[in-house]
Design a protein around this ligand. Structure first.
Ligand code: PHE
Length: 381
């Protein structure tokens, strides 16, 4: 910067010569007009209106002029800088408007396009399988019956001929909700001083159905049941069963066998059959475990190491559940004359059936609520 100088004439200072000022202004205006976008304009602004621009440098020279010359030089530089500032502002506005218009076109969203923001869910396979089983029996004239999940001990055990000292009543298996004699029992006939449990099977619905209806009784009872098991790959403390009960005149074990065969064929394939193995349940007599021929290998994996079967572990049979002829003591407890009527019943777990029917290896997948598990089963209704 120049030092103050009394004999200073602005015309003598190169940067303050009128033609220099005009040249700097015109160069700035031309550059502004030529800036094609905001980025270019930013550079033009730095070069022509920034601290090191010719007009800014000229402005600084004014301070060094003698007082009489300052006004004239100041006006000239001020006008030039004002013109450049105005032009910058206008061009900035123009370019911003252009940019906004372009962005509107380029980033336009077509709100009329089809979209899939709410992915389609799927029904839980436990629900669809249980409904399929119900359908098989409804088609044969059975009724769907239901009962409460918090059940009177009397229905869950006593009426089913399960004595108070039966192992099934210990804390090992049963969730006890209310002890005997505590207030707020679930109501209903027969339970008297009964406590309340989370039902450990769907068999209490047999009792409720027999008390509510007059024979002949044909019911299928799907529902949730509870046992004090830890959740692991093959156990869950809450699971589902389907119970079947038929009480009529003249029913025999042959009817039970025929009914089971029909169910297995409807669910797994025409040429499949079942077998019964002797077993024990307090509420059926005689009792049996029911197995079906493995629908995957049809028994061909047995003794055939070249063709192992994962579905039945090469045993040829798959265990379905328990069954038998309704114990006359159960009929009597429900006011049904065992001399006139007989009946059969069976019950099995839906989770287990889903596991072998669909090769589900871990029961936890069924309770975690992940749509990636349910979706492949589809939307069967
Ligand atoms: N309720 C029995 C269970 O949960 C199964 C069963 C039902 C057995 C009906 C016989 C008749 O193990």
């Amino acid at each position: 910067m120049s030092a103050p100088n009394k004999s200073y004439d602005p015309v003598e200072v190169e940067a303050l010569k009128p033609e220099e000022i005009d040249r700097a202004r015109d160069a700035a205006l031309a550059a502004i007009a030529a800036a094609g976008d905001l980025e270019a304009l930013r550079e033009v602004k730095a070069a022509h209106a920034g601290d090191r621009s010719p007009l800014a440098l000229a402005n600084r020279e004014i301070g060094a002029l003698p007082p009489h010359a300052k006004a004239e030089a100041g006006r000239r530089v001020g006008q030039a800088r004002g013109a450049v500032g105005q032009a910058l502002k206008r061009r900035q506005e123009e370019l911003e408007a252009e940019r906004d218009e372009r962005v509107l076109v380029e980033e336009a969203v077509d709100v009329t396009l089809p979209f899939d923001r709410v992915p389609a869910g799927a029904r839980h396979p436990l629900t669809t399988l249980s409904e399929r089983i119900e359908d098989v029996f409804v088609a044969m004239g059975y009724e769907v019956a239901e009962g409460p999940e918090a059940e009177a001990e009397w229905f869950n055990f006593d009426a089913l001929n399960i004595a108070p000292d039966h192992p099934a009543r210990t804390m090992q298996d049963t969730f006890f909700v209310q002890g005997p004699g505590e207030s707020g029992g679930s109501g209903g006939s027969g339970e008297g001083e009964s406590g309340v449990v989370l039902r450990t099977h769907t068999s209490p619905v047999q009792i409720r159905s027999l008390l509510e209806r007059k024979p002949p009784v044909y019911v299928i009872c799907p529902g949730r049941v509870y046992r004090t098991d830890e959740l692991d790959a093959t156990h869950t403390p809450v699971f589902h069963q389907v119970e079947l009960l038929a009480v009529d005149e003249g029913l025999t074990m042959a009817d039970l066998k025929g009914t089971l065969d029909h169910m297995v064929r409807s669910l797994f394939g025409e040429d499949l059959r079942t077998r019964l193995r002797p077993s024990y349940f307090p509420f059926t007599e005689p009792s049996a475990e029911m197995d079906m021929v493995c629908f995957a290998c049809r028994g061909e994996s047995v003794g055939n190491p070249d063709r192992p079967c994962r579905t039945c572990s090469s045993e040829g049979w798959i265990e379905l559940g328990g069954c038998g002829m309704v114990n006359p003591r159960v009929l009597t407890a429900c006011g049904v004359d065992p001399e006139r009527y007989s009946g059969f019943a069976f019950g099995f777990g839906i989770e287990r059936m889903l596991m072998f029917r669909h090769n589900v290896e871990d029961m936890r997948d069924m309770v975690e609520g992940d749509v990636r598990f349910t979706r492949p089963f589809g939307m069967e209704i």
